[in-house]
Design a protein around this ligand. Structure first.
Ligand code: NAP
Length: 521
């Protein structure tokens, strides 16, 4: 029997286009989610009658609240349907189905077309929905009021987030609806992810999660497993600690896996989210700084990645000495009314190296002269190493060398004259030049230790060559986890569970990043 829905539900939409898979997926979804949305519009004409017949006989076996949706293409569905087609469809639905479902999703125009009539599904089972795929307009509250004034029981508004600032309006809407008609509100697209992850904690009735990657019914939709196990959305409240990473893009980041695993292991009431931020100034003002933020949330800290490591600095009240010297902030801590900036890349990169070798007076070859080389050169200079920067463009590398008392040399000139080699280029990285090494294998004969900052793959061609030449090796996961563990300590005051974070990062390093799909909830 389909139990009556309450609130705080993770709902899995079924987007199978094959009749034989549709109900099987529904049953699978009912095992892992709190509610199941049957997207009947995904079924082609030839499959729909068979699916409805099967649904009629098996609907009672799906023991989770069921939502039925039959969406026209222009409103984000998969079918060309006129208003009359939709009216006929709902009027023709078998009573076994309408009795068993918890809700039917009627688009606003359909709801309005049934005004003054006996609807085909009782009004207390009707979700009145409205979608906007172009933007998140400014009049969401007026739109909600119009929809709430209909006889439908629940209002659903889903809009496209073109930038993260659009999420503010969705949260305002959820706030506005408290104590009124239940609301489902979310922003589609990756910039809208925070609305999907935080909606339940702020009083929305439901959030959508796909059954698996590739089965999303809308862009930016996480999986049920991510919502439940990674972001733990059902355990969050308005008071929960919020952490996250700001960058553009951020979809590839391993940080949510590491930090959420740490929060879960230490049983902390909090979540770490990816924030796709294009405009750092408005994000810092509207979401972050305690004196100006427009969103009432318990944001406590941020990781900062490309392209905002420099641009965040004017928004900070304090910047620590290392971050100042490197000219880049990768960590923000929100303390009272102030923002403090740190750089944990140096300690994250150097700690694992310090555990293997004392670099004082050691000859260190740094390959590359970009952002990570800067953190490495700072750490090496602090420790008194003799550093040579090998770069394809020596002139470009010279300011870095001057700043940290290093020499420069063309990359192709490297001949093995070093105790330690550190690769700070992307050469060898998956999706860039996997299988290649920035230096020749023969040049590693007399090198003691090779450190490759790349972490995908975990073992690069350079590290393989180094092992064959009997060098000690260190991979980039050590730095990735090391800098994250330092951040976690700064935000929480707790010792980070490094092993747990390592496993989480390592697992992600072997899987692919999330995808965007151009559809709608
Ligand atoms: P970056 O600022 O873009 O610097 C890359 C450096 O590599 C630049 O000096 C660049 O030279 C050089 N380079 C790029 N392609 C090259 C090529 N084909 N041949 C020779 N030199 C080349 O990047 P980054 O932030 O320093 O990151 C570098 C790598 O480190 C990344 O790919 C990443 O895998 C790794 N990394 C790891 C961690 C970690 O936590 N483990 C953290 C940060 C970075 P030009 O200036 O001439 O372009």
């Amino acid at each position: 029997m389909n139990t009556s829905p309450t609130s705080s539900l993770i709902c899995a939409p079924i987007t199978e286009a094959r009749a034989d898979l549709f109900l099987a997926a529904s049953e699978e979804a009912s095992r892992i989610s709190d509610a199941v949305e049957l997207r009947l519009d995904y079924l082609p004409d030839e499959s729909l009658p068979q699916s409805l017949a099967e649904l009629r006989s098996r609907v009672v076996q799906i023991n989770k609240p069921l939502i039925l949706t039959f969406r026209p293409r222009e409103q984000g569905g998969k079918r060309n349907l006129t208003l009359q087609d939709r009216r006929d469809f709902w009027r023709g639905l078998a009573p076994e189905i309408t009795n068993a479902i918890a809700f039917a999703d009627f688009e606003l125009d359909l709801v309005e077309s049934f005004a003054g009539e006996q609807p085909p599904v009782p009004w207390d089972k009707v979700i009145c929905s409205w979608h906007n795929f172009a933007e998140t307009p400014h009049d969401l509250i007026a739109r909600y009021e119009r929809m709430a004034a209909t006889s439908a029981a629940v209002v659903k508004i889903a809009t496209q987030a073109n930038r993260i600032g659009d999420c503010l309006r969705v949260f305002e809407l959820i706030e506005h609806a408290q104590g009124k008609k239940p609301v489902i509100a979310l922003a589609m697209g990756l910039p809208g992810l925070m609305t999907r992850a935080l909606a339940l904690s702020r009083g929305a009735m439901l959030t959508f999660g796909s059954l698996r990657r590739g089965a999303e019914s809308a862009a930016g939709q996480p999986t049920v497993a991510e919502l439940r196990d990674l972001y733990r959305v059902k355990e969050l409240s308005r008071e929960s600690m919020i952490l996250g990473i700001i960058g553009d893009p951020v979809g590839h980041s391993r940080s949510p896996l590491m930090h959420n695993a740490a929060l879960k292991t230490l049983n902390r009431d909090g979540v770490y989210l990816p924030f796709e931020v294009d405009d750092i100034d408005s994000f810092a003002r509207d979401f972050v700084h305690p004196k100006t933020k427009k969103l009432g949330w318990n944001l406590r800290g941020l990781s900062v990645t490309i392209p905002h490591k420099l641009a965040i600095i004017p928004h900070l009240d304090h910047v620590d000495a290392t971050a100042r010297a490197i000219g880049a902030v990768n960590t923000v801590v929100i303390e009272g009314d102030e923002l403090r900036g740190y750089n944990t890349d140096v300690i994250g990169a150097m700690k694992p190296l310090d555990e293997l070798i004392d670099v004082k007076n050691a000859r260190v070859a740094v390959i590359g002269a970009g952002g990570s080389a800067r953190a490495i050169c700072y750490g090496l200079n602090e420790r008194g190493a003799e550093v040579t920067i090998y770069a394809r463009d020596v002139q470009k590398a010279q300011p870095l060398a001057d700043e940290f008392k290093a020499r420069t040399s063309p990359l192709e000139s490297f001949n093995g004259e070093a105790d330690v080699v550190i690769n700070c280029t992307p050469i060898g990285m998956r999706g860039h030049s996997e299988g290649q090494s920035p230096i020749k294998a023969e040049s590693l004969k007399n090198v003691k230790l090779v450190y490759d900052l790349i972490y995908t793959p975990e073992e690069t061609a350079l590290l393989r060559d180094a092992k064959q030449a009997c060098c000690q090796t260190l991979g980039g996961l050590a730095m990735l986890v090391g800098q994250a563990a330092e951040q976690f300590g700064l935000w929480t005051g707790l010792e980070a569970p490094v092993d747990v974070m390592w496993r989480a990062a390592s697992l992600q390093a072997r899987t692919s990043p999330p995808t965007q799909t151009p559809a709608a909830d």
